[in-house]
Design a protein around this ligand. Structure first.
Ligand code: ZN
Length: 445
């Protein structure tokens, strides 16, 4: 048995900030909490600042990190951005994918992220030939998460067609298993590990023919595994869906049994009132990715209405234009303020809930995302004495740091009771910037 004691200067316990909390960790889980501990007990590791549950990044495409900066010149749309993204995807191998993802996940750990949902669709060699191990690419991501010290839910993604009823393009051949049955057969071989769970994803209604949606949904439901889907990112895909099927993407997914409490829609952006009702009434979750949605000029999803209808909200950094879950959290509220010209749609507590508890639940980690006995000992400590966070008295709502703190204020990240980031330095990937630079250079040479 391994045991560690942490002393939290301030702890966010879901409904309040408590000063002086001692956390006993045994075998990676929180064994006991002791409140009202004004000073650290002897031998305890001291976490100064505000400690919250580890952040969950519910939507990631690790390789998009290689595009950062390079797609910020000139004009264009989502569709022109996608061409650049495909050029990078063409160059990935299991080895280069592993190197890049290890560095990206290290960046996530440094940003306080303890669990990532990797929406993974680059399955095969260019041209679509399977690797000797048909899951070599997915395994590379699982290994990368272990190397960077964070948890992963590999959302293995079915991607079978280009547009509605069109065969995959040359770029997309390596994404495709041919049929949903072949996709299911390959995914069934993937093994869960202590740090890794396996879920499913439908890339979009563009990329999985309607007749094959139920196969993917059934695979996930049989295993009680999370199922994610890019739902309605662009109005062009809504128009194409109406032309082909006479209904919205949401309606099509509902008709084929895709919606439900284990399903999360990503980019629930361009919705009708009926779509919002379908998502909410089936308890389908919503993953908002505000920094990507604004970067790609997608639009602002109706998150308030979705939540009111019954959809749980979580957050993701998606294309990794930036990796900062605190920014994603406040952006959800701030985008809504711009749209409505009113303030206060979510409290800081509600934003933190989306970034922690709800995100973990959407990724199948129902035992993470809160600081309580029995939960996985995943913790993130935000400095309250940086230039961005100094000033307010912690007892007067330190959780409002979510409106000012950035990833740069993350001081410690603890996963399963182990320090992955200590005093702002990654303990397993000591030079993460260098690792990122080298991994990106290989892909963009
Ligand atoms: Zn995405």
């Amino acid at each position: 048995m391994t045991a560690t004691t942490y002393w939290l200067e301030h702890a966010w316990l879901g409904d309040r900030v408590e000063p002086g909390v001692t956390v006993d960790v045994r075998d990676g889980r929180i064994h006991a909490l002791t409140l009202d501990t004004p000073a650290p007990p002897p031998g305890a590791e001291v976490l100064r600042g505000l400690t919250i549950p580890g952040l969950a990044n519910a939507h990631s495409h690790a390789f998009h990190r290689a595009l950062r900066g390079t797609v910020q010149t000139g004009s264009g749309t989502f569709w022109t951005w996608r061409e650049v993204m495909y050029a990078v995807a063409d160059r990935l191998t299991p080895d280069t994918y592993h190197r890049l993802a290890r560095a990206v996940y290290a960046e996530m750990a440094l940003a306080g992220i303890t669990c990532v949902g990797e929406f993974h669709y680059v399955h095969h060699a260019p041209g679509g030939t399977p690797y000797a191990d048909p899951n070599a690419m997915g395994e590379a991501l699982i290994a990368a998460a272990a190397d960077a010290g964070i948890r992963i839910t590999l959302l293995d993604t079915a991607y079978l067609s280009s547009g509605f009823g069109q065969p995959p393009t040359t770029h997309q051949l390596r994404f495709s298993d041919g049929t949903a049955e072949a996709w299911a057969e390959r995914c069934s071989v993937l093994k869960e590990q202590n740090h890794a769970r396996i879920g499913a994803a439908i890339h979009s209604v563009r990329a999985v023919p309607a007749s094959q949606l139920a196969t993917v949904a059934g695979w996930a439901q049989e295993r009680r595994a999370p199922l994610h889907v890019h739902l309605s990112e662009q109005t062009a895909e809504n128009d194409a869906c109406r032309d082909m099927h006479g209904c919205t993407p949401t309606q099509l997914l509902a008709d084929h049994g895709v919606l439900g409490p284990l399903t999360t829609g990503v980019h629930n952006t361009h919705l009708t009132d009926e779509d919002i009702y379908l998502i909410g009434s089936t308890c389908t979750g919503t993953c908002m990715c505000p920094t990507t949605e604004r970067d790609l000029a997608d639009g602002i999803g109706p998150a308030v209405a979705l939540q009111r209808a019954g959809s749980s909200l979580c957050l993701g950094s998606d294309s990794h234009a930036v990796i900062d879950l605190l920014e994603e959290a406040r952006a959800m509220e701030l985008d809504e303020r711009l749209r409505t010209r009113t303030r206060g749609h979510w409290t800081a507590a509600e934003l933190l809930y989306a970034a922690t508890d709800a995100g973990h639940a959407a990724l199948g980690w129902t035992d993470a995302g809160s600081i309580e006995p029995g939960a996985l000992a995943d913790l993130t400590t935000i400095a309250l004495d940086s230039v961005r966070t100094a000033g307010p008295l912690p007892r007067l709502g330190a959780e409002t740091a979510v409106f000012a703190a950035t990833a740069a204020d993350v001081r410690h990240t603890i996963v399963a009771g182990r320090h992955v980031v200590r005093d702002g330095a990654h303990t397993l990937v000591p030079d993460a910037p260098q690792a990122l630079a080298q991994a990106v250079a290989v892909l963009r040479a």
